[in-house]
Design a protein around this ligand. Structure first.
Ligand code: SF4
Length: 332
């Protein structure tokens, strides 16, 4: 797929260095001026069917909202950072709940402002804080376009204390390996069985490459984590996840197996995602199941309690057998 096929931009974005670079980099595709990246009427009025086509568009804008949300898993705050949305198409992507059809990649060019706010927040705190910068997009994928992650890691590592963290489903970490991160950046790789990656995490890196990337980042001294997420309870889920854990036990390095932590997140799905997927990916395996799922409010569904409990017990037992030294931070 050629990406991007066109760029929508706020004129103010072209006053920033990154805006100028992108204008040059993508000079061979149409650039369409917009007033506000949150409201592009011609895209908002597109049909659900147009979703995959819309994922090829890129939006270049200035981030105006910088409000942090508190978080209590790996980090203290979820930080709106240099991008939102993503050109990949995981069928469960929670960003669709926020952005609906407009979950295409938006790049925000004012990274200095976002970095200054994080550094300032850390300076005012009497304890080290952890900032989650990857909850709105995939920063490793974004970095392949903008080089922002490299800049971010080098810049944040100068802070006296505090941590950054981000999860990814991509393997392109070569440019990050030799950075002077000073142990302040927690790298988290998200994994799933290869069959689920192929059918459901459309456009993301294969399992094997993700494992290699995690091994190299850990070897480069980054504190690291493994996300088994989202756990999707397809018909043969026990076989798939047991094989996944077996593969991880075989291929993860000694260092990962003895230092990284694990997060486990069961899939939630929503009415909006179901409506878009049914029309945009009619051939895809359906993720919603009336028998297995139950409502969780606001059009969201999650696995029924008894099934989820069975899933958690199964995964904990498999992990205890095959990856006994990896600490499970939480299961949700
Ligand atoms: S890689 Fe992440 S952000 Fe991109 S579609 Fe998949 S879940 Fe969404």
């Amino acid at each position: 797929m050629s990406f991007p096929d066109m760029v929508y931009y706020e004129p103010a974005a072209l006053e920033y260095e990154l805006g100028k670079k992108l204008k040059e980099k993508y000079s061979d595709v149409p650039w369409i001026e917009i007033e506000n990246h949150n409201n592009i009427p011609e895209l908002r009025s597109e049909s659900n069917e147009a979703f995959p086509k819309m994922k090829r568009h890129l939006v270049v804008a200035v981030r105006k909202t910088h409000k942090y949300a508190e978080n209590h898993k790996v980090s203290d705050y979820l930080v709106p950072y240099t991008s939102s949305g993503c050109p990949a198409s995981c069928l469960y992507c929670y960003l669709v709940c926020t952005y609906n059809k407009c979950a295409y990649l938006r790049l925000f060019v004012n990274r200095e402002q976002m970095m200054d706010k994080m550094l300032e927040t850390q300076r005012k705190s009497d304890r080290p804080l952890c900032f989650e910068i990857g909850s709105n997009s995939d920063l490793v994928l974004e970095n392949a376009i903008t080089d922002n992650l490299r800049w971010t890691i080098e810049r944040f590592s100068e802070s006296k204390s505090g941590y950054l963290t981000f999860p990814t489903k991509f393997h392109m970490v070569k440019d990050l390996l030799n950075l002077n991160h000073r142990g302040k950046v927690i790298f988290r790789m998200s994994v799933n069985p290869q069959e689920i990656i192929r059918k459901i995490e459309i456009g993301t890196s294969p399992l094997e490459k993700r494992i290699e990337a995690l091994n190299s980042m850990c070897e480069a001294g980054y504190p690291a984590g493994l996300l088994i997420a989202p756990v999707i309870m397809t018909e043969n889920w026990k076989t798939l996840y047991s094989e996944l854990i077996e593969t991880l036990a075989e291929k993860l390095s000694y260092r990962v197996k003895n230092s990284a932590f694990i997060e486990i997140i069961f899939m939630t799905y929503s009415y909006v995602q179901n409506a878009i997927n049914t029309e945009a990916y009619p051939q895809a395996a359906p993720l919603f199941s009336k028998e297995l799922m139950t409502g969780r409010g606001r059009g969201k569904y999650c696995y029924r309690d008894e099934l989820r409990r069975e899933g958690e017990e199964f995964l904990r037992a498999e992990l205890a057998k095959k990856l006994p030294n990896m600490h499970i931070l939480y299961v949700v």
